[in-house]
Design a binder for this molecule. Structure first.
Ligand code: NAP
Length: 262
């Protein structure tokens, strides 16, 4: 299927590794020019080189910076001639007990996982509407649908974003101009972040890492973790011309782990 987005420009935030990289790869493979960001420049440049080698016809611009800061967002936006596609992503907040979190911890989580995507959306959405095409995908978490108790900061901040996006996506001045906003909700995907969590669990339990990972895989109906390529493919479809009638949705990618019928 031709996704019909060749030549568009995408800003893919937090994309040197993991799910963001999967989205950048899938978009570049469809002929989309990409601006990718991350804080660490080495991994970012390595990913940019990988994308340029794999997709020589697309432009790949790498912007090192923290997307949760105003400077990071300004640098990313100014590197993109026009933002036709925005993929919002950033690192997730740490786990813990809400009794230990003070206001600063909450503000940090809200900044990264709610206010940063909202600021970026604000910067690009009217331009998208004016041009008659826009696709915004927010990487959130399966925890928005089925909260994970130790991830209260994530549950809270991402649910705030989800509620905001639900309202914005349905504004006529957005939807009638072929601008869609959707959220992608990852369950367990095999990325550095997941591995980091598993290493922590292995150290805590004294079990080997592979045993902990295997036990976690067995909790999923597919008996495996998702991979970034699968995630990117769904993102690219939501960004395609074919998905113009899909907006304000929360697309869960969890291998069937969520037990509900809907
Ligand atoms: P990952 O493999 O650790 O990759 C995170 C990427 O984001 C890296 O490129 C990282 O590069 C970049 N990044 C992090 N913070 C950033 C910031 N402030 N500014 C710019 N770039 C930043 O993580 P992932 O698994 O792909 O997770 C992506 C998102 O999905 C996270 O919010 C995570 O909580 C959520 N999620 C993941 C899973 C899963 O199973 N993997 C499940 C549910 C939700 P630098 O560190 O160099 O900046």
């Amino acid at each position: 299927m031709d996704l019909g987005i060749t030549g568009k420009w995408a800003l893919v935030c937090a994309a040197s590794k993991g799910l963001g990289k999967g989205c950048a790869q899938a978009l570049a493979s469809e002929g989309v020019n990409v601006v990718i960001t991350a804080r660490g420049n080495d991994a970012l440049q390595a990913t940019a080189s990988e994308l340029r080698a794999a997709y020589p016809s697309v432009q790949v611009v790498a912007v090192a910076g923290d997307i949760t800061t105003a400077e990071g967002r300004a640098a990313a936006l100014s590197a993109c001639p026009q933002v036709d596609i925005l993929v919002n992503n950033a690192g997730g907040p740490p786990p813990g007990d809400f009794r230990d979190w003070n206001r600063d911890a909450w503000i940090k989580a809200l900044d990264a996982n709610m206010l940063t995507p909202i600021e970026l959306i604000k910067s690009v959405i009217d331009g998208m509407a004016g041009r008659g095409f826009g696709r915004i995908v927010n990487i959130t978490s399966a925890a928005v649908k089925a909260p994970i108790d130790i991830l209260g900061l994530s549950n809270g901040a991402r649910s705030g974003l989800t509620g905001f996006v639900a309202g914005l996506a349905r504004q006529t001045r957005v939807a009638s101009h072929n601008v869609t906003l959707n959220n992608l909700l990852p369950g367990p995907f095999d990325t550095d972040r997941l591995r980091g969590t598993m290493i922590g669990a292995a150290q805590k339990s004294g079990q080997p890492l592979e045993a902990v990972m295997d036990a976690r895989r067995k909790l999923n109906p597919t008996l495996r973790f998702g991979n970034a390529e699968e995630f990117g493919a769904m993102c690219a479809f939501l960004c395609s011309v074919h998905a113009g009638y899909v907006t304000g949705q929360n697309v869960l990618m969890d291998g069937g782990a969520y037990p509900g019928t809907f």
